[in-house]
Write a protein of this length. Sequence first.
Length: 439
Amino acid sequence: MPTTSRLGVVPASSASDASATPTPPPPAGSRTSPSFSRLPRTAQVLLIWACASALTALLARLGAQDTPATYWGPAAPSWSTHVTFWDSGWYQRILEEGYPTQLPLDESGNVAQSTWAFMPLLPVLAGLLTWTGMSFTASATVVSLASSATAAVLTDRWLAPRVGARTSLWAVVLAWSGPCALVLQIPYAESLALALATGALLAVSRRRFLLAAPLVALAAIARPVGLPLAVGFGLWWLWETASDRGWRWVPARVGAVSAEVVRDTDVPTPLAAQERLQLAVLTAWSLACALAWPALAWATTGRMDAYTATETAWRGSHLAPFQPWFTRAGWWVGDHLGWALLMAVLALTALALGSRALRALGPEAWTWCLGYVLYLLAFFDPTTSLFRLLLPLTPLAWALASACTKRGRLALACACLAGQALWISWVWDYSSISILWVP
């Protein structure tokens, strides 16, 4: 008979030999320094996070020297001005002005941009820190940095058992060196929502559904992640229920595939009936949390579509699920090539979401990525903000790290740094670099 552990079902032959089987030595060239290895695990993660974040900050300061005068400040802006570009100022307006009781309208009578498009948790937390005498910019940056560090630690605790300790550290490098990593350390709510959503996913991976509930509620008022969490939990519940009933079309459970983890002996334990019920309740709770903010906007302004109308003010059109992906494809490469770009993106997305490396991270990681991608496809307008909106898909970094050799991980890390340089100079710095492309 197999034996069952908290992490999964282990075949009896493997379980009986577990104590006698030595841990495989690390691959050649992958050994860490003795001093680093002696550090507590949390300290190791935080040290890597700090190095990656410091490098990102350095790249941002170097890029700022080439930034021309913009709407937000003069040329070569200071740090305090540079980090308030784009949406950062909206969070300060929430703290200073709150939310309007009447939606502003443009000259055509359409709903104009306003603070209703931004959730209140970041400005509330930053506002508490301003009581110490810190500026809003500094306070919001502290919240973002603390949240970013917390997200790194929590994601490592969540996924390291599935990929191995060294592989997980590489994943931290990749996730916090990505092209849009700067957003995780400035007055944006991305890192705060990431920490809370990751905490909720860590809790459900340990079957602590009640603990996940308040984290979901907080995440839903940090960024609009309540709906993708609900979709992810719902997909997990559906998969568990279908698996329990023996439906053949259901994807099988996948064991860990990293060289640091014994292959196929860490298959996640199926949820019991009581746990499936708790997951269903958490799904309904997440959906309610996702709808709470639009309901509050409706109650405050008297307009039922106050939140969605404000969100779509940036795109200049009404909310039409899935449609923007067809129209924006032509915006990227032209109307006649747009379909080819869209098909390629969808195919690449399907390959990533169906990969064994991602499924091996566990059902909660897999269904979270599925739910979040479905959310983006249904409601997001794929402008250049798409790259920033991909930040919550951090499990993909763990999947990539587990599927690559050391050389592959180094290559990915270099690609991430190159992506940062391009994103900072071309996007964040408001096109400080202009290149006339030639074939």
